[in-house]
Ligand binder design. Structure first.
Ligand SMILES: Nc1ncnc2c1ncn2[C@@H]1O[C@H](COP(=O)(O)OS(=O)(=O)O)[C@@H](OP(=O)(O)O)[C@H]1O
Length: 345
């Protein structure tokens, strides 16, 4: 082997060694950065979780226990694999309170306003368990609930429950001492709002039937009780069905018209009904002049989306008058059932 070849071989070997060393160094640096990052991240998480829990616990300690409205199924614990995605000592519980309706009554605003209370945990979406998913079973339902502390009440809202005949019986089977919230609204406005939600957009651009065509029989000029939006406003009919399975004392009726104008008055009554300490106050809301609704104050102020408070389709006055007359005896029956009147209905 010539001297030149040997020198070249040594040079190649040294260069390789140099690159290997560089590679090792780089790997070590990346590894160290990752490890330090992970440690800092874990420590920060633990710190924030602990301080959050501490505040929560101090607050929860002072509040009444809710055992009397709990159901044996609440003891079902979440699977171990969920453990690391939640605060310690929290579980998913079946709801102890359900907002059963009415559709377009203000259920969305109601559940979000109640969420301000430290002892309330809300389901993030309408679960439609009792009307569409009942066959999936209670454990499926429970898994749709938020993680909550034992002293928190889990609340779900699905306004469709109020008008579905078989729902009260199924709710009772789950928990006969459950608390129910029903937010009602003047029936004519509710019916128009219901129609606006379904057909509103289409009516403007296409040949879909108008509100008048659906609500009033063109031949007899009489209100059609079969029109779904009208039928959903027959509060007496649906309430009678719920009262077959539950005591009136278990159903708290919220005045939706008053709730829109003055949410705190209604919220205070709900706090009492749920045996919760009074925690939600006027300071938690502000009136948004553009939206013309109350919104939630916070680090980031929160109003409900534009799907709430849509401009209603224009309905001729004679149609409204006919509807008002049609609903009157049903309203009277409803008032009797709930031993309470709503003015201006
Ligand atoms: N604070 C606040 N923000 C927004 N909207 C409010 C609020 N309070 C009550 N409302 C009234 O809620 C009506 C919608 O009712 P729901 O949430 O029950 O509708 S839904 O059935 O869930 O689609 C909606 O009805 P429409 O105005 O007819 O759209 C609102 O009037």
């Amino acid at each position: 082997m010539s001297c030149k070849t040997t020198a070249t071989n040594i040079f190649v070997l040294m260069t390789n060694q140099f690159y290997i060393n560089q590679y090792k160094k780089l790997t070590l640096i990346i590894f160290t950065i990752c490890a330090v990052g992970l440690i800092i991240f874990t420590c920060a998480q633990t710190f924030f979780a602990n301080s959050y829990l501490f505040n929560f616990r101090t607050e929860l300690k002072t509040l009444p226990k809710l055992e009397e409205i709990k159901h044996e199924d609440y003891s079902i614990r979440p699977k171990i694999r969920h453990r690391f995605h939640r605060y310690p000592h929290t579980s998913r519980y079946l709801p102890q309170c359900i907002i059963i309706g009415v559709r377009k009554g203000g259920t969305g605003a109601l559940i979000h306003f109640l969420d301000i209370h430290p002892n309330i945990a809300i389901a993030s979406t309408e679960v439609h368990f009792f009307d569409n998913n009942y066959k999936r079973g209670l454990n499926w339902y429970r898994k749709r609930m938020p993680y909550s502390f034992p002293n928190q009440i889990t609340i779900e809202k699905t306004p469709a429950y109020f008008v579905k005949k078989h729902v009260p019986e199924s709710v009772k089977k789950m928990n006969q001492s459950i608390k129910l919230l029903l937010i009602v609204r003047e029936p004519v406005e509710r019916t128009i709002s219901d129609y606006t939600q379904i057909w509103g957009k289409l009516v403007r651009n296409s040949s879909y039937p108008t509100f008048e065509e659906l609500a009033i029989d063109p031949a007899t000029k009489i209100v059609k009780p079969s029109f779904a939006a009208t039928e959903r406003s027959l509060y007496d009919k649906h309430m009678a069905n719920w009262l077959k399975y539950f005591n009136l004392s278990q159903i708290h009726i919220v005045d939706g018209d008053n709730f829109r104008r003055n949410p705190f008055q209604e919220i205070v009554e709900i706090e009492k009904f749920l045996h919760l300490e009074h925690k939600i106050s006027e300071k938690d809301y502000y009136f948004d002049p553009d939206k013309k609704f109350y919104c939630i104050k916070g680090f980031i102020n929160r109003c409900l989306p534009d799907s709430k408070g849509r401009q209603h389709v224009k309905v001729q006055e004679y149609v409204k008058t006919k509807l008002r007359k049609f609903f009157r005896p049903h309203n009277e029956m409803f008032f009797k059932m709930i031993s309470r009147r709503f003015e201006n209905w």
